[in-house]
Design a binder for this molecule. Sequence first.
Ligand code: DQA
Length: 141
Amino acid sequence: MKKILIVNGPNLNLLGTREPEIYGKLTLNEIETKLKSLAQDLKIEIECFQSNHEGEIVDKICGAQNIFNGIIINPAAYTHTSVAIRDAISAVKIPTIEVHISNIYSRDEFRHNSFIAPVSIGQISGLGLDGYLFALEYFSR
Ligand code: DQA
């Protein structure tokens, strides 16, 4: 059975109450519940991980080697700053899809650059919860 790691970065633990006009009203827990239900239908095993700490995210990605077949990551603010997360994805060579709830290209200019996109197989930005679901569906093929 395929195993997919789903990683959410800083402040995504506040989903539901954090700027709902941008990020919607679903909590991270609700998003993870929907992902688990889809994973069951697709017969995929998933593990969900959230951290506000860059090093913990790096550790999780490094530890995914030889365990997970794919990674879905919303690196949140670290998207625009983290060479360390980019290098971890590059190092483990696990196919990774970058997901953003909001459309990072229609927002502040500093959000237009992603350190993660060049080491990802693809990026989904602006489709809300569906971005995570589409990424999981992709890995089921
Ligand atoms: C985000 C977009 C980032 O620019 C921002 O820092 C986030 C969330 C998104 O999902 O839309 O925290 O990754």
